[in-house]
Design a protein around this ligand. Structure first.
Ligand code: SF4
Length: 422
């Protein structure tokens, strides 16, 4: 939103008010009226906006607008004042039309410097902590959405087909899949463009064997030499599928461990997180030759300094090849955002305030500790992890001495935080 608004304002200044600007995306779907309130935004699309955009492009962008489903626009009100208004919603692309109505990526139209996709960079860890391996890079989806509804997650808000104010991401959970043939064609395209480092962005790739099995088997059969990563839940990892993942080039699995304390974790994952032994799951994945990036969140509503310490202790014990550590944010569209608004919890007063690593970051306070305490703990915990000798030894052993030095250089960068007086 920060970049998109800056661009929209600059375009309006340069091209005048006749230029129509339309916003789409998960934040827009979460808070369409707030986005429409910006002077530089003329139209918003609800949910993924595929059919609304088609109809918008066929329209005169004028008196057709009240008849296009799935958009919000500005009516002319009294004395010519613009009045933001939402039309009736439009459906998302149904499963049976995925290959037809979302027919693929125009990779060749993306800007590049010398060769396609060389302006895109993989995560540092995905490239095995080597900056040279980060480009060219591409990320694709083979499915959209997730069947679960965790409190802190907003990803399903782009499936929204109900504009009522109380609606959050957990009300439109569900998955849609492209066919394995479609996925095969896209993989072929990026392979021909020279991409090796590839992210499978699906929110929940490692869930349904019926879908992931043909996709991965195709990668094995075609001999694409990809270095890939995918998401999984701790409780959806299947030991007997890991060999196929590894043979297909999935060298990393991203796991949402979230919290060390089971009660804290259960509360935010709506009980859908079946109790499994996280330690066993990590061992099983590593035994298959796959690295783990584990994700942790500090500052859930029930967290205090003791439970956050438990989360850090678990992270240090698991000592996975990479760890993400987030301060808890009530992201717009998530159930947590609705809960925070209902309870009057303090929310950030700017878009930057929602950014995990920004100077302005303002995480949620918990029932027991302040927003500043959450942020201070999170930043301290991150330093503990990335300066831990056992972790640095692991990086050196698995990836090399240069890679260890790269990690040490990264960890030398201290984040500045307004909330902490920087
Ligand atoms: S956090 Fe993961 S499992 Fe939970 S709703 Fe989001 S994508 Fe699904």
């Amino acid at each position: 939103m920060i970049g998109a608004l800056a661009l929209a304002k600059a375009l309006k200044e340069d091209r005048g008010s006749k230029l129509k600007i339309c916003f789409v995306g998960s934040h827009v779907s979460a808070l369409p009226m707030e986005v429409l309130a910006h002077d530089c935004v003329d139209i918003v699309l609800l949910n993924e906006g595929v059919y609304a955009l088609h109809n918008l492009l066929k329209s005169n962008l004028g008196d057709d607008l009240p008849h296009i489903r799935g958009i919000g626009f500005k009516k002319h009100g009294p004395a010519g004042f613009p009045v933001p208004t939402l039309n009736a919603p439009q459906c998302v692309v149904p499963q049976e039309r995925m290959d037809e109505d979302l027919p693929g990526y125009a990779w060749d139209l993306l800007p590049y410097r010398e060769k396609p996709l060389d302006l895109y960079r993989a995560h540092f860890w995905h490239a095995e902590f080597s900056h040279e391996k980060r480009t060219p890079f591409a990320a694709i989806y083979t499915s959209l959405g997730c069947n679960f509804g965790c409190d802190f997650c907003m990803i399903n808000i782009v499936n929204r087909t109900d504009s009522a104010e109380h609606v959050d991401a957990s009300h439109s959970r569900g998955m849609r899949f492209w066919s394995p043939e479609w996925v095969g064609r896209e993989l072929e395209k990026v392979a021909v463009l020279g991409v090796r480092t590839l992210r499978i962005s699906d929110e929940m790739f490692f869930l349904n064997r019926k879908y992931y099995q043909p996709v991965l088997q195709n990668v094995v059969d075609r001999g694409f030499d990809f270095n890939m990563w995918t998401y999984s839940r701790v409780d959806t990892v299947r030991r007997d599928a890991l060999d196929l993942f590894k043979r297909a080039g999935v060298n990393w699995l991203a796991l949402g461990v979230e919290a060390g304390n089971q009660l804290v974790r259960q509360e935010v994952s709506k009980g859908s997180f079946k109790e499994v032994n996280i330690r066993d799951v990590c061992r099983t994945i590593n035994d298959a030759g796959i690295n783990i990036i584990s994700n942790y969140i500090f500052g859930f509503p029930d967290d205090d300094l003791t439970t956050m310490r438990q989360t850090l202790d678990l992270a240090l014990e698991l000592n996975t090849e990479m760890a993400n550590m987030y301060p808890c944010q009530a992201l717009p569209g998530s159930p947590m955002h609705q809960i925070a608004r209902k309870n009057g919890w303090k929310l950030p007063d700017s878009y930057e305030g929602y950014a995990f690593l920004s100077y302005e970051s303002q995480p949620l306070p918990t029932k027991h500790v302040s927003s500043a305490e959450v942020l201070r703990f999170r930043d301290w915990a991150w330093q503990q992890y990335f300066s831990n000798p056992a972790y640095l030894d692991l990086v050196e052993r698995k990836f090399g001495i240069e890679e260890r030095k790269n990690v040490e250089s990264m960890a030398a960068i201290r984040l500045k935080r307004k909330l902490l007086g920087d």
